[in-house]
Design a protein around this ligand. Sequence first.
Ligand code: NCD
Length: 324
Amino acid sequence: MNTTFPPATVGYGFAHRHLLGIEPLQPGEIAYLLDQAAAFADLAPGEAPDRLAGATVINLFYENSTRTRSSFEIAAQRLGADVVNMDVATSSVKKGETLIDTADTLNAMRADFLVVRHNQAGAVKLLSRKLDAHVLNGGDGKHEHPTQALADGLTIWRHKGRIDGLQVAICGDIRHSRVARSNLLLLQKMGASVRLVGPPTLLPRSYENLGARLYHRMEEGLEGVDIVMMLRLQVERMAGTFIPSGREFFRHFGLDRERLARARPDALVMHPGPMNRGVEIASDIADDLDQSVIREQVEMGVAVRMACFEALSRHRASPPLRAA
Ligand code: NCD
């Protein structure tokens, strides 16, 4: 692996109490997290230092999740923390408890870290203001999903030896995707050029203001790119009809062999999961280990979450004073 980027980090390079998104992070802080995560990725599971020994991590997921929740859980456990998964479906939230009351309850339990997934953009930030614990965003509405973008960034860096100067195409349902937003922010901060590809209904023009180039034809958007990142159609966030059908979507925007041939021969194929095979991606491409790094994205997800816990834990020595 070429390790010219990120540069070897000296000392501690992360200045936040919470991880709410990629937007507030400086490129040097992202490089620090990727660098730490790369080190964690090279350790066997039992070799990780128990930096979170004695700490309690609570996973509070108001939306479904397979990989993100279990990956936060595994990451915390590898660092020696106790982890509690709050099952929102059977919690007092279903009895009408407000987010603020939930925050008060969690404060009383003295959790050290709270990982939150919520369908409202901004809910995670609100909790971070009310809680003594460090808050990590596990995905908030259509807003941000920072640890997914970090996992994707680390996967890219490990394969390409850099992020700077790469051409990345993010394709599909951009409008409803927090993964697209966080990746766009991270990749641009780290010097990549980002193209967004999708039908006009799923690709708001406003993304141009964020510095991305927009394409409505896969054949053009994929021309010569180093990375092809596919997204799921987030039907659960669609109010109304945005596409005629899954089959029709695949005909125009699905990743098949012919379209992938437009990208560079050594292009990586990525997907944050969960995948809908035959809707946004052909099954044989998803499973083709010569180009698809989808499994590795999941593996790197654990390493970056360990790095995020570790970076935030350095603030634990001086917790905020509680109001009397
Ligand atoms: C993504 C999410 O929840 O935003 N999944 C994930 O965390 N790996 C993308 C999706 O649900 O399609």
